[in-house]
Design a protein around this ligand. Structure first.
Ligand code: ADP
Ligand code: MG
Length: 493
């Protein structure tokens, strides 16, 4: 099971920050030390660290290229930039400008476009690709379509096989790189921006770019779809630092709320106890709901923590890096996007722990349903409880993923083990049931015998006693005799 790829990027100090003391000292390409004013040191290690002299191309090669290549094989992928405002998220994502021609300054997005269309050119006649592009932003907890501003409250739904979907979002079919950049540029121009002391033109919304890559293979009727999602998050700085007031303050609060929700989801994902599917609060914000597939285990995911090197931004950098360090513990696995039963059968994509549990829970339900048809309700419940006690199958699952993904051999062996246990339990129950039936038959015979005796006794008790009849007759005669004597004496008087 692959974990999320987490990297850190330090931007160079800006002209305004010239001469300011720095808070970072390099160790190697994966670790560095962060130092505060009191010379307290914090060591961090990530999959890769991009220092201020790193090239845009380095970031793309390490972080994005593998995910883009997988999207071409119908494997979903997500790339997220996180950090305080002015830390270099948008510079990494778009470049100095989305239409930038200087290859040193080109960001991830134009490079993604280049790679996708390069692959299309090379794929030959055996397969054909279709690439669709959507762009949305989450602003004040509303999802806005950046290609059609009249769609300003897009609903998020979960589909059985396709995961999280944005209902009615504009999808533009793009035919070449130039066209893609033109649309990206118009979408970016539609983003909600505000001014803060941190960055004069900082984006106050989370921006999400979605590339849907559809692959049609000749002689195969089916289509494989890979979704590539790039997320440029709004700034993670504290509200006080931005000096924001009024509407801008409200924006900052909403941003902090959704980023806290993201933090909570990461905490829940990384602190779930082994074997237990705990509740992951994906529904607490639009951002976490949209990122559910990326974080919950059905997407290749990369997180880039962007930081400013200046001491003045130390606490923001520390919290950004702590967020990244925590995310590193999430276990995720990618899902092959299936449409019309299409997927590359050679690729074994392991399911996440949560997906395996969902599959097992589903299997449990199906087994118990079948058993219910053959056995009585109490026996079925007993078997179900036995499964739960053994921790083989979980009772509750946190989300409603269903289809998609390929079952790992680990899951299959778990199922086999569970089925063997089930068969054993059924045999034991049958044996117990047989013994109970025998005991019941014996008791039934005894009961009938007892009923017979009881009946006879009752019948006997109902028959009149000769002695009592004689006594009763004698008493009547005596009373007649006495009353005769009384009557005779009264007459003589
Ligand atoms: P954010 O999106 O995180 O708010 P930006 O990407 O807008 O921040 O970056 C803030 C400023 O820093 C911009 O002027 C940008 O050009 C510059 N910058 C950020 N990262 C780099 C970098 N790696 N190299 C050069 N300039 C950078
Ligand atoms: Mg930005």
């Amino acid at each position: 099971m692959a974990s999320i790829c987490v990297c850190a990027r330090w931007r160079p100090a800006t002209s305004k920050e010239d001469g300011e003391p720095l808070c970072i000292s390099r160790s190697d390409s994966q670790s560095f030390t962060l130092e505060d004013d009191k010379d307290e040191k914090y060591m961090f290690s990530f999959d890769k660290v991009f220092y201020e002299d790193s090239e845009q191309a380095d970031v793309y090669e390490f972080l994005a290229r593998p995910i883009v290549r997988d999207a071409l094989k119908a494997i979903n992928g997500t790339i997220i930039t996180y950090g305080q405002t002015g830390a270099g998220k948008t510079y990494t994502m778009e470049g100095a400008n989305i239409l930038e021609t200087d290859s040193n300054k080109k960001g991830l997005l134009p490079r993604v476009v280049d790679e996708l269309f390069e692959a299309i050119k090379l794929c030959g006649e055996t397969s054909a690709y279709k690439i669709k592009l959507s762009m949305v932003e989450i602003y004040m907890e509303r999802v806005r379509d950046l290609f059609d501003l009249s769609k300003d409250n897009i609903q998020i739904k979960e589909h059985k096989g396709h995961g999280i979907l944005l209902c009615g979002v504009t999808e533009i079919l793009i035919s070449d790189g130039e066209e893609a950049l033109k649309f990206l540029s118009s979408g970016i121009a539609n983003r909600a921006v505000g001014e803060t002391q941190m960055n004069m033109a900082s984006s106050r919304s989370h921006c999400i770019y979605i590339f849907t890559v559809q692959k049609e293979v000749a002689n195969e009727k089916s289509v494989g779809t890979g979704k590539l999602v790039l997320v440029d998050l709004a700034g993670s700085e504290k509200v006080e630092k931005t000096g924001a007031e009024g509407r801008v303050l409200e924006e900052a609060k909403t941003i902090n709320k959704s980023l806290s929700a993201l933090g909570n989801v990461i905490n829940a994902l990384t602190s779930s106890q082994q074997g237990k599917a705990n509740h992951i609060p994906f529904r607490d914000s639009k951002l976490t709901r949209i990122l559910q597939d990326a974080l919950g285990g059905s997407s290749q995911t990369a997180l880039l923590c962007c930081c400013s090197p200046c001491r003045g931004n130390f606490s923001e950098s520390l919290s950004t890096l702590r967020f990244g360090a925590r995310a590193k513990h999430i276990k995720a696995s990618s899902r092959v996007g299936c449409k019309d039963e299409m997927y590359d059968k050679k690729q074994e994509i392991p399911l996440s722990e949560n997906d395996v549990k969902l599959k097992l829970a589903d299997l449990r339900e199906r087994i118990l349903k079948k058993l219910k048809e053959k056995l009585d309700a109490e026996t079925t419940k007993l078997i179900g409880d036995e499964f739960l006690v053994d921790g083989l199958l979980c009772e509750e699952v946190s989300s409603s993923h269903e289809e998609g993904g390929i079952i790992t051999s680990e899951a299959i062996s778990l199922w086999k083990e569970a089925t063997e246990k089930l068969v054993k339990t059924i045999v034991e129950l049958r044996r117990g049931n047989h013994m109970l039936m025998e005991a019941y038959d014996l008791m039934k015979v005894e009961y009938e015998k007892m009923m017979d005796v009881t009946k006879r006794l009752q019948a006997k008790s109902r028959k009149p006693d000769h002695y009592s009849v004689w006594v009763f007759g004698f008493c009547i005669l005596v009373s007649f005799y006495i009353s005769g004597l009384t009557f005779a004496s009264r007459l003589s008087c």
